[in-house]
Design a protein around this ligand. Structure first.
Ligand code: TXA
Ligand code: MG
Length: 328
């Protein structure tokens, strides 16, 4: 662990780099972000270059506290304040009508802006010192697995980032829940740690699931996302053994991502163990997908975890990693 004085030195350096138009990767409770001064168009453009991300893809503006919503959004509905009160700092992103002053480079030209107050002491200190919004996507190359450690970020982005703030492993491990409040009825655009039920408890009204919205119709709904190099094959306990054997017969290097070894598995398989508990599964998921790449696996057969709590989001990310593009 770093000393407090070292952390505040790093945070001061990070804030200076952001003020000078540089890129800083920072820890959050969900995944690492790749940040730039959200008011500096040139700096924001560097994010897209570093990630190889299409420039019409909007970014989340990270804030130090809910009051700062007023600097980026207009016509902020009461529900936004209620959700902010209930979940910020925390793994929730709100989509709101934007102020005209928000650069198009941040919103991809949309008339809405994504806002979030992340819950990580290092990054809250950075946001406080910096004093304005930090635009940041997850700190991975476009379409690939989000980083959950400082080392992941360094491996992925190498020299294209000016500083990586190391805040240890991200405690949640998958990206924030995104709720669109710019429409009449709130809609969940991406699932995460904050579940539909948790949102219902606060909103007391219906939150729509975009199950009837085609994946390509909202930004980030790209069906192939969060993907490792290995091809992901989704399996159930009933067909997992058959899947593994079928791929092994083709002579490819196969791994298994599951909470246990299937009964009667006849051949050796590289087992990437997934916990039983859904929160631990989320914590381990991206780490395991990266491990699959480090091990040079060509196929990773994944047994879908339970649809419970954050398990809903874990299933969503696995489907997307498999290129199936199930929404939320
Ligand atoms: O947990 C997280 O949300 C992490 C950490 C770093 O905060 N960030 C993250 O950012 O996952 P990113 O860019 O990888 O994913 C944000 C998603 C993208 O799919 C983007 O299209 C969507 O949010 N988004 C951003 N602004 C939007 C808007 N105005 N309307 C709809 N979707 C938006
Ligand atoms: Mg991302």
């Amino acid at each position: 662990m770093k000393q407090q004085s070292q952390i505040s030195e790093d945070v001061d350096r990070a804030a200076s780099i952001l003020h000078a138009g540089g890129l800083v990767a920072f820890p959050t409770e969900t995944v690492y972000g790749l940040g730039a001064d959200a008011r500096n168009v040139q700096a924001v453009k560097r994010i897209f270059e570093a990630k190889g991300r299409p420039s019409d893809h909007p970014l989340i503006v990270h804030l130090a506290h809910a009051e700062q919503m007023r600097e980026w959004a207009q016509n902020i509905p009461d529900v936004a304040w209620q959700l902010a009160q209930a979940f910020w700092p925390g793994p929730l992103t709100l989509i709101l009508p934007r102020l005209d002053s928000v650069p198009d480079a941040v919103t991809g030209g949309l008339d809405t802006v994504a806002l979030r107050v992340p819950n990580h002491p290092v990054t809250l200190a950075l946001l406080g010192t910096f004093g304005s919004g930090i635009a940041a996507p997850s700190a991975n190359l476009y379409g690939r697995v989000s980083p959950t450690s400082a080392q992941d970020v360094r491996e992925e982005l190498k020299d294209s980032v000016d500083l990586v703030l190391d805040g240890g492993r991200c405690p949640i491990g998958i990206e924030s829940t995104i709720v669109d409040l710019s429409t009449q009825v709130p809609r969940i655009l991406r699932s995460g740690k904050i579940t539909k039920e948790a949102l219902h408890r606060v909103l007391g009204s219906s939150v729509a699931w975009p199950s009837n919205i085609p994946v390509s119709s909202y930004p980030g709904g790209n069906p192939s996302h969060y993907a490792p190099r290995a091809r992901i094959i989704l399996a159930s306990w009933d067909d997992v053994q058959q899947q593994i054997e079928a791929w092994q017969q083709r002579g490819v290097r196969v791994g298994l991502l599951a909470s246990r070894l299937p009964n009667g598995l006849s051949q050796d398989v590289t087992w990437l163990r997934l916990a039983q508990d859904v929160d631990e599964q989320a914590y381990e998921l991206y780490h395991s997908l990266r491990q699959a790449d480090h091990l040079g696996l060509q196929v990773l057969v994944a047994v879908m975890p339970e649809d419970l709590g954050i398990g809903h989001a874990v299933r969503d990310r696995l489907r997307r990693a498999a290129g199936l593009g199930e929404v939320v």
